[in-house]
Design a protein around this ligand. Sequence first.
Ligand code: G6P
Ligand code: ZN
Length: 542
Amino acid sequence: MDVHTVATAPIQGQKPGTSGLRKKTRVFMGKHFLENYVQSIFDGIGGIEGKTLVVGGDGRYFNDRAIQVILRMMAANGAARAIVGQNGLLSTPAASNLIRQRGTDGGLILSASHNPGGPDEDFGLKYNTPNGGPAPETITDKIYAATNGLTRYFMVESEDVDLATVGETTLGGLTIEVVDPVEAYAALMERLFDMDAISGWLKDHSVRFDAMHAVTGPYAKAILEGRLGAAEGSVVNAEPKPDFGGGHPDPNPIWAKDLVDHMLSDAAPDFGAASDGDGDRNMILGRGLYVSPSDSLALLAAQAHLAPGYAGGLKGVARSMPTSAAVDRVAEAKGIACFETPTGWKFFGNLLDAGRATLCGEESAGTGSDHVREKDGLWAVLLWLNILAATGKSVKDLMAEHWRTYGRNYYSRHDYEAVETSAANALMDGLRGKLSSLPGTTAAGLTVEKADEFAYDDPVDGSRAQGQGLRVWFEGGGRAVFRLSGTGTEGATLRVYLESVETDPDKMDRDPQEALSDVIAAADEIARIREHTGRDAPDVIT
Ligand code: G6P
Ligand code: ZN
């Protein structure tokens, strides 16, 4: 098979962000764009000769075409084996599991996660390392450097590989192994959870899982309905579609409004959940109750020992900095370590690898554990179900008990999307410039206690990540955090994370927006959000 060396030139803007490279699909489809980036990944990780990679994606528009290009380039670059999900599908956590379980040299995951899909929407590609986790910055820096010096890529010509049939084929020297995307993942879940207890519980309880027309459909069908016996139709929007049915496959109260409305209605089942485009995020609801991701993490940390996979207790927990401190209280009560990391799942990798944390979570609807090196939507759902089955309590009662025991961190995130980049930068620069003068001043009746810019020193490898968000604490336990999103594809997204602490047992049932109203007003006053963005209100409130 002839390997062609194709001359190319560096393409600007191929710098991997929070989670790989994300761009408009048409940008990815542009001349040499995908090929340049794939070759830069291969070059950046020291070549792939003789190596084995897992390849799969969330099924969005261009997933199928991109995989064929990747396989041809793997063959041209001398790789030994590609383990590919049937029809090119693999959820991100399932890919992470395969990378680990099969002892591979890493994997390529095609996804723009919760961003919409389609020719005019988003596409993404990321490299995960042999531990199954997203590549750390030391590696993405090398990939980025490779994009800037690229002069050629390697390609073979061939017919498309049949990815519809499970089994092995070859492309030149490359063996392509097409695997059932669900099998190994489902087996892993069986080892972690008390499946009998959950199926027993499901005999007299109802659930709804919204796959949002994305990759978790087949996983949830097989595990929830197939293995655990949830009523047929419990999994809705189960068929993965290239455009996710025209929606945003983002499990939050805005984009999964149907599910939220259903869970707050009289017809609500006992438990509701949704996952995102690539299956790593989750949203949890009980009958009449939305559980914020930060609260979900805290509840899971408090009760995980009820599942067989965590019966021995947790080594430690970790959360991203903007995530609420609800889990910190649980860690404190249990006497285990609690780590605070920058936004981005990759920062948990070292803690998980070193055995210092068992459970991790983020406010952005991500929860996971050391079973893989990605966050895992369906895993969170199963852990919740295991806890419901083991305690026999409702979601509402569990949360009420949790808040009575640990106090409640009222929490909300306000997003201002597609803000002009210069305006967003001006807001952040303005706030950064006055951080040191804030303590002692008041805003909207709250006194600033301290303020800083978050930097993280990784306790495992000693690396330092700077510029990870601006933090302002108020007397009385309130906090506002300001960050620009690292995953957007249009302009800048300003995220404002708002939190206050309540320990009075009579004040556990307030509406979070109302409970946070003074912190919200203070955040606006201090950062002059309206003035800089020209917006009266956030686009998304979670
Ligand atoms: C992705 C990452 C998460 C991160 C989230 C939010 O989902 O996997 O780890 O928390 O993006 O990132 P952003 O930079 O948009 O706030
Ligand atoms: Zn995702």
